[in-house]
Design a protein around this ligand. Structure first.
Ligand code: FE2
Length: 296
């Protein structure tokens, strides 16, 4: 049965759209695709019409996640899978599909209340090639979607049922995390294409859903040059350079104007469903990824 194939787009609710535009273009190297009549700022990473849609609101959190499927049959099958586990699914109208620059979509909520959409037929603009405002080599997207997101969830069991049974994600691995002061939690990492994880869930009570968005660049030099740019511009580095145990991503984390983080990474390993076996880790990083102020 068909499942989600990638994270196609993300909607973010942000307080300071102006600060975000500068941050996204001058620091992250995303391309502004112009503001829309209703005030959204659309940001590009590749040939898609946009990958991030920024809406001005006070949430400073994820507004919606756009999960891509291959075609109309795939969309129907995902709707059936969701209804089979008791999730209410709403068919999106032509107006909403136009707003999202897709052919057709459905909408529903995850167990934490995060608005989700599944869609097929995104607007692709090879005639307007992606051009980063920075001298970076670009982003690893394509079959692997825009990157990955990590979200805090209240009920891991319900969330796993939704993402595994409902949307068809497969578990890549888990990491037992020790946050200090006796607080130990198990994070679950899931894939829906060769990207090691498109979604990871952490079972901690948090005021916001979104912890970070990972963007993968094509060259290690892009990570290095961006890290020094971030330091020069006095932007907070939330986690220093390091390499993760599970996806082997070499990355650092920077603070966005909304408070949640961006993981800027390179060199992640990929998952082949034919040979992958679920793994268990006991630390998030092979080396580095130090969080200033957190005990080691
Ligand atoms: Fe990450």
């Amino acid at each position: 049965m068909s499942a989600i194939t990638s994270l196609g787009y993300l909607g973010l609710g942000v307080k300071d759209l102006g600060a975000w535009e500068n941050f996204a273009t001058e620091i992250l190297g995303l391309q502004s695709a112009a503001s829309t009549d209703d005030g959204r700022l659309l940001l590009r990473m590749d040939e898609y019409a946009y990958r991030l849609a920024l809406h001005r609101d006070d949430s400073d959190d994820v507004a919606y996640a756009g999960w891509e499927v291959a075609d109309a049959a795939g969309l129907r099958e995902v709707a059936e899978r969701l209804r089979a586990i008791g999730v209410e699914v709403t068919q999106g109208g032509a107006e909403q599909a136009k707003l999202r620059s897709v052919t057709e979509l459905i909408s529903f909520k995850d167990p934490s209340g995060v608005a989700c959409e599944a869609f097929y037929g995104p607007s692709i603009q090879f005639e307007r090639p992606f051009h980063s405002p920075r001298a970076i080599s670009g982003f690893v997207t394509g079959q692997q979607g825009l990157g990955h997101i990590v979200m805090a969830v209240g009920d891991m069991e319900k969330s796993l049922r939704f993402y595994l049974d409902g949307l068809g994600f497969r578990v890549s691995d888990t990491i037992d995390m020790n946050f200090g002061r006796g607080m130990q939690v198990t994070m679950v990492f899931m894939h829906c294409n060769p990207r090691h994880h498109t979604l990871a869930l952490v079972p901690v009570p948090a005021p916001k859903h979104l912890h970070h968005i990972m963007m993968q660049v094509r060259s290690i030099d892009d990570v290095g040059s961006t890290m020094y740019l971030v330091q020069d511009r006095k932007i907070e580095i939330a986690s220093t350079l390091g390499r993760h145990t599970n996806d082997h991503m070499l990355s650092f984390y920077l603070r966005t104007p909304s408070g949640f983080e961006i993981e800027y990474g390179w060199g992640g390993r990929e998952v082949d469903d034919a040979t992958w076996h679920l793994q268990k880790h006991h630390a998030p990083s092979i080396w580095g990824h130090r969080r200033p102020g957190m005990e080691r």
